[in-house]
Design a binder for this molecule. Structure first.
Ligand code: HEM
Length: 386
């Protein structure tokens, strides 16, 4: 299913939402059949029900990334109780109070990146100069990655979500990243430095989490907390520039940005095909019986355009109060980093438009390369002037 407008999900999804029951579709990469969940209510039903497993290694799981099971600690691909045990180690790091404490650091990095971009002069690629480095630097600060290793880290993590490289290449990159993080964990064990990784290592004994699992958690954070935020910043900037009247309101009153971000994450669901499951028992959903062993693809980007929940869903309206969107998932796997993501988006977008009030896209929209070839949607490049 291809998009016909880069800002909207494929039109077939809207047709499927109008059908009374859920549908089965063929996956293009291996010809297997999966249930496609396109409606909001069905998406919530599947995502909250633990009879639907996230375990990649179960037969029938709609896996594309790799034929090899994810390493220990990758709890996004696990089920309770193991998922709960590992997630519990991370959750305290992303509570509201902790994220509030991180705000000055986020602001400092945003200001520095914009200083550098402005110093180099207009035009610039906003993705390369701002959207990618921001969450990257933040995650490396959180993990306590030494400065001299950041370049290597940057290159390897950028390759992981690229669908144009082969599975073998992706596995090589994953292995490299994992062995780098292994060394990092060893150094934190020897010399704790008060960062997230050092604290997790201290906490792991009581929580019965192995060292291998901590390495897996660090890898997962890099993968889950970097490209998602970068993509959301890029495509959100573009959407705001496409809506000059609402952008003018935001510039006049930056406190409106919190609501605008909810609507941005709803309207531009960068992890639109991000939630995959396999049934472990027969379960009835949306008028059909999903049998044990059958794969399910929850299309978050479609659920977020469900007209029974969001009136006139294709319209971007920052005043709609879109807080119940599924852009960060739902149920036991709901994104634990969402408060950090929201803080980054708010500080990034408010600062960008305050410092560069005349920001414009430097090309026509037709020339902007969208990330239809990546696991996380967004734009590859966004040439801007100011
Ligand atoms: C705009 C940015 C982001 C979006 C759109 C996003 C979206 C999501 C979604 C949809 C899921 C659920 C996947 C599923 O149900 O299978 C998820 C899980 C996850 N996210 Fe995020 N995320 C973002 C930012 C972050 C950040 C900043 C972090 C951490 C630094 C993070 C860490 C995680 C982790 C660890 C999981 C796995 C949770 C679990 O399986 O229990 N994410 N994210």
């Amino acid at each position: 299913m291809n998009r016909t407008c880069p800002f909207d999900p494929a039109p077939e999804l809207a047709e499927l939402r109008r059908r009374p029951s859920i549908s089965r579709v063929r996956l293009d990469f291996d010809d297997s059949m999966v249930w496609l969940i396109t409606k909001y209510e069905d998406a919530c039903t599947v995502l909250r029900d633990t009879r639907f497993s996230s375990d990649f290694t179960r037969p029938g799981f709609p896996a594309r990334l790799t034929s090899r099971p994810p390493g220990p600690g990758t709890f996004i691909r696990m089920d309770p109780p193991d998922q709960t045990r590992l997630r519990g180690l991370l959750v305290p790091e992303f509570r509201l109070k902790r994220v509030q404490e991180l705000r000055p650091m986020i602001q400092r990095i945003v200001d520095r990146l914009l200083d550098e971009m402005i110093a180099k002069g207009s035009p610039a690629d906003l993705i390369e100069s701002f959207a990618l480095p921001l969450p990257f630097v933040i995650i490396t600060e959180l993990l306590g990655v030494p400065d001299e290793h950041r370049e290597f880290f940057y290159e390897t993590t950028n390759m992981i979500g690229d669908q144009s490289i082969s599975t073998a290449e992706r596995m090589t990159v994953r292995t490299k990243l994992r062995s780098f993080l292994e060394e990092l964990v060893s150094s934190k064990e020897a010399h704790p430095t008060g960062d997230l990784l050092s604290r997790i290592l201290e906490r792991r004994e009581g929580a019965e989490v192995s060292r291998e699992e901590v390495i897996g958690i660090a890898t997962l954070l890099m993968v889950a907390g970097y490209e998602t935020v970068a993509s959301q910043i890029g495509v959100s900037t573009l959407v705001l520039l496409q809506h000059p009247e609402q952008l003018a309101e935001l510039k006049a009153d930056p406190s409106l940005m919190d609501d605008a971000i909810e609507e941005l994450v709803r309207h531009q669901t960068v992890t639109d095909y991000g939630a995959r499951r396999v049934a472990t028992e027969d379960v009835r959903v949306g008028g059909e019986l999903i049998r044990a062993g059958e794969g399910v693809l929850v299309v978050l980007g479609s659920a977020n355009r469900d007209e029974s929940v969001f009136a006139d869903p294709d319209r971007w309206d920052m005043h709609r109060g879109a807080r119940e969107h599924l852009g960060f998932g739902f149920g036991p796997h709901q994104c634990p980093g969402q408060l950090l993501a929201r803080a980054q988006l708010e500080i990034a977008l408010n600062t960008l438009f305050r410092r560069l009030p005349d920001l414009k896209v430097a090309t026509s929209i037709e020339e902007v390369p969208f990330r239809g070839d990546m696991f996380v949607y967004g734009v590859h490049r966004l040439p801007v002037t100011w």
